[in-house]
Ligand binder design. Sequence first.
Ligand code: MRU
Length: 348
Amino acid sequence: MAFPPLDFSKDRLKLLDQRKLPGAVEWLECRTAEEVVQAIRQMVVRGAPAIGVAAGYGLYLGIQNFEGRREDLLKLLEEKAALLKEARPTAVNLAWAVERVKKRVLSEKSRSADELKIAALQEAEKIREEDDRLCRAIGKHGARLFKAGETALTHCNAGGLATSGYGTALAVFYTLQEEGKAVSVYATETRPLLQGARLTAWELTQSRIPVTLVCESSVASLMRAGKIKRVVVGADRIAANGDTANKIGTYGIALLAKAHQIPFYIAAPSSTFDFSISSGKKIPIENRSSEEITEGFGKRTAPAGIRTENPAFDVTPHKLIAAFITEKGVLNPPYSKSLKVLRLSNDS
Ligand code: MRU
């Protein structure tokens, strides 16, 4: 099954409001780059590939009403690109998509302003279509790692809602189902915003894949009881050495998987690899508001004024990762070799 979280037509970006799921299915319309930035910040749309796709359209929306000289349009393009890239810091797909649309526009030499706008929209569409293809390829490669009937654990939501519709980590489960191989899933609820409970559990239930919702704190016991055979999660940014940023709590799960000798996989498209940074130490980690912890979903659960720390992501060292499942295949250690090959194929 697919769960596209966005739709673009008639110069409007419609976003499935993921803050409201699973209680209500509501769509929010964005007509400007600024509205797209707000929607990304407030997590109407979230998940690394999905915010990249949204930002690609956002850049088109930022220039679509412009009338005037080509040089002035290019200035506006730079301004809106900078704005969009700052919406959230950790997922590299955001800056990657914005840069890609910008590069396409800049490559259109001696074209009119109107033609440049069309080029921006075409590139944004291309990113969305490509993402769907890549996710399906990730699903196919990942499914080969599984034996029929296995139970896997996933954290946060790396499903259709986090991409253009088919997911990365959840793509593996969707593919297994399509291939007629049984799979069942433990989904962690994922504090504080509950992407696992609200989004992953919803997607998998809709898809009729058996899913059991658990608190992150149950993972160690479940692993010791032998109930989890594999872990598959997504990624927001992967450094050149394989260190991987993903939703806060991922690192702890990876350590537990290592302690229980359970393979821990990262499923991600090659656009999530950031070869410009050598290690995870250089990945910027987003800090979000205290209220997400102290009064999430409108209910106060901690004393007013309490000091909090709320990093949205953590970094899992590459040594804890059994393999990367990408659209180009499964990359095994040593990553100093396999990621180099990916880098070369990204560049070509
Ligand atoms: O804060 P979020 O909900 O945007 O975080 C999402 C994640 O951490 C996902 O696991 C990641 O973006 C991969 S999505 C295919």
